[in-house]
Ligand binder design. Structure first.
Ligand SMILES: *Cc1c(COP(=O)(O)O)cnc(C)c1O
Length: 372
């Protein structure tokens, strides 16, 4: 069979191990999963109520224009309605951008150890992937990315910046973002895509959400998701904010019913539930601070995180620590696919899940020898 090398080079995305699978394979009854940065509170009660109310309409096709959702999101983020388009998760929006803007042989520019979705979508479009190393603090190095951009005879069509990034939890401050945008803005055929899946968890004071650049810089695209703080990962809903010209093109290529009806009503309700959002922030920040103090106690280095997870150094073979925790019914996330051989990613859960994870980690650390 004839298959392009870009496609053959794609490594399938490895999601967090499902709870049911772990129960089955290890014969464990009480399994917790802190591996996919999911919302530990469960969906907002208001979202659940909205879903119940609309179940009897499931024989109907969803609203292809997402009318109510568009109004709610525009009001929530204070952006014009014609700057919004929705996707079946933000991963579909990444894929649409790749399909629309990349021709075979063209390139994207991103960082090493960036969220892997950008690379996969680019490869599926037969495009090349230019990656710049992270800086010494394990942050996206936007200066280095600007230099690489300047050097390309044929400019990359898409620049992907996860801010904050997954799996590192690191972020880039507004001043660096503006500097990069100034370099790229004379090139209207290049879009700078900011994936801000964790924006609501950011505590850093010098962070600037990218939708505030939409007016000044025409080539800015912002992606948001309902999968994290809004607690609707299973329903699949992502938001794109961009210039109306970009939005119009995405509308042409997307499938008319790409956002299902339950996702539409649930998202409207979740956006209105400000108490729930505050509660998720509180539980996340408390959980992160707890992880930091426990990791310090255990002598394990970690990266301060602007997300709802922390990347830490086990000082051991991470896959062995992962297995030793799994045996105890605690699923965390190996990140060897990003080239992190000693590190694991741990999502914030409910307080009792966090305590259990740390206990399991402590036992695992005693079972697995330190690397020299
Ligand atoms: C979790 C996550 C998303 C969300 O993806 P969806 O497809 O919307 O569920 C997007 N970007 C990053 C960096 C993430 O970690």
């Amino acid at each position: 069979m004839k298959i392009s090398t870009e496609i053959l080079n794609m490594k399938p995305y490895k999601p967090g191990k499902p709870i049911e699978e772990t129960r089955r394979e290890l014969g464990l009854s009480h399994v917790i999963k802190l591996a996919s940065n999911e919302n530990p509170l469960g969906p907002s009660p208001r979202a659940l109520a909205a879903i119940s109310r609309s179940l009897s309409d499931l024989h109907r096709y969803p609203d292809p224009s997402c009318f109510e959702l568009r109004k709610a999101v525009a009001a929530f983020y204070q952006v014009p309605e014609n700057c919004l388009v929705f996707g079946n998760g933000s991963d579909e929006l990444v894929d649409l951008l790749a399909r629309i803007f990349l021709e075979p042989g063209e390139s994207i520019l991103t960082s090493e150890k960036a969220f892997v979705a950008y690379q996969l979508s680019a490869q599926a479009s037969r495009a090349r992937v230019l990656q710049v190393p992270l800086d010494a603090q394990k942050c996206f190095d936007l200066n280095a990315m600007a230099e690489v951009f300047k050097k390309q005879a044929t400019k990359p069509r898409l620049i992907f910046i996860a801010n904050p990034n997954n799996p590192t939890g690191t972020y880039v401050a507004g001043e660096y973002v503006e500097a990069l945008l100034s370099v790229v803005s004379p090139y209207p055929d290049t879009l700078v895509v900011f994936d801000e899946a964790y924006v609501e968890f950011v505590r850093a004071k010098d962070y600037t959400p990218a939708h505030t650049y939409l007016k000044r810089f025409k080539n800015v695209v912002v992606l948001r998701t309902m999968s994290k703080i809004f607690g609707l990962a299973g329903l699949r809903l992502g938001v794109m904010m961009a210039q109306p010209e970009v939005v119009d093109i995405v509308h042409r290529v997307r499938k008319p019913f790409n956002v299902n009806s339950l996702a539409q009503v649930a998202a409207v309700a979740a956006l209105e539930d400000r108490d729930y959002i505050k509660q998720v922030q509180q539980i996340t920040w408390q959980g992160l601070d707890y992880f930091y103090s426990e990791l310090k106690r255990l002598g394990l280095p970690y990266l301060p995180s602007q997300g709802n997870f922390v990347l830490f150094d086990t000082l051991r073979e991470a896959l062995k620590v992962y297995q030793a925790m799994l045996k105890q019914g605690v699923i965390v996330r190996p990140v060897d696919n990003y080239g992190f051989a000693r590190e694991l990613r741990l999502s914030v859960g409910q307080p009792e899940e966090n305590t259990r994870a740390i206990k399991a980690l402590e036992i695992a650390l005693n079972e697995v020898p330190l690397l020299k």
